[in-house]
Design a protein around this ligand. Structure first.
Ligand code: EPZ
Length: 422
């Protein structure tokens, strides 16, 4: 198990480049399955989850070349329609091959993703949507087996009107990809409005898809017979951006994010200003200055454009050393407070009642050995280590590597005392 050793107390100063968004790169890689043409991607992040998705797609027969941040996918010779449990259990986003495979080949066998640390995370909405589009789906031996029945015409999904009982990001993405090749019009109601959904839609449109309304809660897709290759640049990662900005607000300093986008972080930026940070936006740079103890801020997670659940743990870390008390309410996942126990080991004062945590800011955390449990919780623990007195060791940081590109190098570049222990 790799660990990070962090000496707390340094302010963060300097520039950091924001990488391509993990949660845009993963669905967009799966969009490559929808065409025999080449999909050229740029600004791809170097992440463990991207490597896992690449392995899965290559197992299906996709040819993938990587050159730095560039990736070319060619799904001209798909010879396997099964996504095995071994791949899916380590990365839930593997479910995103289901829609494209059924849409283009009329069949797919995808392992049901197991639960994960933050919740049971079912995929019933993905399945319901595909059934509404005419797929016959059987769950057997832990696998989703989807088939488009042999109708008169080619085995094609049919357009349908689909209402999401819950806002689902990958549910929206899976069905938007499936609808792109369906026969007829599909309307997704109560769709996710996340910027990553919009980035996927932009890529699909470049491939010849007919999509309107991405970014709103109603997305209309007119299916086409074929999609062609295209080029697409992955959008910047708003959660990586938010993570660095919270770290600088907690530790103090003056940092500038480059290759970033402020327009997709409005809620987070407002909360950081409420905490006392001063923020200047100029084109693709975001500058944050903080030279006092942060004020505690209340957060309540909700689908975009409200406060993102993927930023909840990071704000909790800041609140542990802030002035005053704050409430953190997690409304999306049923178990996304795994970081609370670990923060308490550093001396944080946190009470949890159901999906609500009350944090009483204390003047100082004490370094200790703590354990990462999921991706964003590990980012929270790194932030806590940056502000704790003495040394903090964060264990099981493979969680961190899934979603943050070279985080210790980027933080060291900002003046943090952080190193990886083999
Ligand atoms: C995406 O997960 C992100 N992952 C998550 O980021 C993010 O936390 C989440 O959206 C919410 O914003 C990717 O984009 C790869 P959901 P997803 O479907 O799509 C329930 C990270 O840190 N639900 O929007 O799996 C579900 O249980 C990761 O990068 C159903 O009940 O989340 C949850 O309570 C963590 N049935 C809620 O909806 C379904 O069929 C939202 O889940 C689907 C979802």
């Amino acid at each position: 198990m790799q660990k990070l050793a962090i000496q707390g107390g340094n302010r963060l100063n300097g520039e950091v480049r924001i990488s391509g968004a993990k949660n845009a790169a993963l669905p967009i890689m799966c969009a490559g399955l929808l065409t025999a043409g080449d999909l050229h991607l740029d600004n791809m992040p170097d992440l463990h989850d991207v490597a896992t998705m690449r392995k899965l797609l290559m197992q299906l027969g996709v040819a993938i070349e990587i050159n730095g941040g560039q990736m070319v996918l060619s799904a001209a010779n798909i010879d396997n329609l099964e996504a095995p449990y071994e791949m899916v259990k380590t990365m839930r986003a593997a479910i995103l091959v289901l829609g494209p495979l059924v849409a283009r080949f009329g069949e797919a066998r995808v392992s049901l993703p197991g639960g994960c640390a933050i919740g049971s995370r079912p995929v019933d909405l993905h399945i319901k949507g595909l059934q509404a589009m005419g797929a016959e789906i059987h769950i057997e031996h832990g696998y989703i087996h989807a088939q488009v029945p042999h109708g008169v015409g080619a085995k094609r999904l049919k357009g349908a009107r689909i209402f999401f009982d819950l806002v689902s990001v990958t549910g929206t993405e899976n069905l938007m990809m499936a609808a792109a090749l369906a026969d007829g019009v599909t309307v997704l109601e109560n769709a996710a409005r996340e910027p990553e959904v919009v980035d996927l839609a932009h890529c699909l449109i470049a491939m010849g898809a007919k999509i309107e309304g991405a970014g709103s809660d109603t997305i209309s897709i007119i299916g086409v017979e074929k999609l062609h290759g295209a080029s697409h640049r992955i959008m910047p990662d708003r959660i990586e951006s938010g993570t660095f900005l919270v770290a600088a607000t907690a530790a103090g300093g003056d940092i500038t994010l480059t290759d970033a986008r402020a327009d997709i972080l409005e809620n987070v930026l407002e909360k950081l200003q409420e905490a006392g940070a001063s923020i200047q936006v100029a084109g693709s740079t975001i500058n944050l200055k903080m030279n006092k103890r942060p004020m505690a801020v209340n957060v309540r997670t909700s689908p975009y454009p409200a406060f993102p659940t993927d930023m909840q743990a990071q704000f909790m870390a800041m609140n542990t050393i802030a002035e005053g008390s704050a409430m953190v309410v997690e409304t999306i996942f049923e178990n996304r407070f795994m970081h609370v126990q670990e923060l308490r080991r550093l001396g944080a004062q946190i009470d949890v009642e159901g999906n609500t945590a009350v944090i009483k800011g204390c003047a100082q955390l004490e370094g200790a050995t703590i354990m990462a449990t999921d991706l964003r919780a590990s980012a929270c623990l790194v932030i806590a280590g940056l502000v704790a007195q003495g040394e903090t060791i964060v264990d099981r940081i493979y969680h961190l590597d899934r979603g943050y590109e070279h985080i210790e190098a980027k933080l060291s570049g900002l003046g943090a005392q952080i190193r990886r222990l083999k």
